[in-house]
Design a protein around this ligand. Structure first.
Ligand SMILES: *Cc1c(COP(=O)(O)O)cnc(C)c1O
Length: 277
């Protein structure tokens, strides 16, 4: 955004007090996602909204991981909500789209200045049709994604090759209480920390057969990504730590397949790691 004269800074929003001291008279927008990619930290939307309201700052929440079925940030005080409709809203991994939700005046500006004058791209009618069709099963899909993710998170947490599982539905998550208040269910995204870092991550990815290695999420198929060898492979290890994840971090977008099939593939790949040690 630098060419528009806009600068940003990163603030740890898991502590609303950090935000209060970071806001200056130049601050226009506070932006977050929750749960946050890739390690499933949550932000207390109502608490951050209160800080923003008090300082006259617009609060924008990326609600892609949850969809409106699992989490409703505007009801909790956010001003604008953005979604990558590429993910759960479309739900089938076959389109690219996004949505902004909020008050009329802000949306008019988004459409007539943001999209028309700055961005220029308009969604195709076929992609719009696919999203509308996907939305008909949103509730069913989000229920199934959440149910399967919960089972898988428990199985992963019990596995010897796994150091840690990050899933807000687990009692071990520091965000479990907040998630229980703020989300209807805990969603379909899981992150886990493998013992054995980068080589273990590579071997795990290579041992999968049903599950697809891909950087997207929210598809009908289970997708797994290993940031250290994929999206962030060009970063130095210290840089990856600064971005909040380690070399053994794996992200799973739990799909709609039969639970036993997902479990057998993922747990089987983990068993192969334990056997290799
Ligand atoms: C994928 C994603 C985006 C970007 O969306 P695109 O549709 O790929 O442009 C933004 N936020 C989150 C949380 C995402 O997962």
């Amino acid at each position: 955004m630098a060419k528009f004269g806009i600068t940003g800074r990163f603030v740890d929003l898991t502590d609303p007090r950090e935000l209060a001291s970071a806001i200056s008279d130049k601050t226009k927008i506070v932006y977050c996602e929750t749960p946050a990619n890739p390690n499933m930290r949550l932000v207390d939307i109502a608490a951050i909204a209160e800080v923003c309201r008090g300082r006259g700052v617009t609060f924008v929440v990326d609600n892609t991981y949850c969809t409106p079925y699992l989490q409703r940030p505007i009801e909790l005080g956010a001003d604008l909500v953005v979604h990558s409709a590429t993910k759960y809203l479309g739900g089938h991994g076959d389109l690219l789209a996004g949505a902004v939700v909020g008050r009329r005046e802000a949306i008019d500006e988004t459409r007539f200045v943001g999209i028309k004058e700055l961005n220029g791209a308009v969604i195709s009618s076929f992609d719009s049709f696919l999203i509308q069709r996907g939305l008909k099963t949103l509730e069913l899909r989000m229920e199934r994604h959440s149910e399967t993710a919960m089972k898988l998170a428990h199985d992963l947490e019990a596995h010897a090759a796994v150091e840690r599982v990050y899933y807000p539905g687990l009692k071990s998550s520091p965000f479990h209480d907040l998630a229980s208040r703020q989300m209807k269910r805990y969603g379909g995204m899981i992150a886990l920390e493998l013992k054995g870092g980068l080589p273990a991550g590579r071997r795990f990815m290579d041992a999968l057969s049903l599950v697809t290695s891909a950087v997207s999420l929210g598809d009908a198929e289970t997708l797994v990504q290993h940031p250290a060898s994929m999206t962030h492979s060009t970063y130095a290890p210290e840089e990856r730590i600064r971005h909040g994840f380690t070399d053994g971090l794996i992200r799973i977008s739990v799909g709609l397949e039969d639970y036993a099939d997902i479990r057998d593939d993922i747990v089987g790949a983990l068993d192969a790691l334990s056997a290799a040690d």
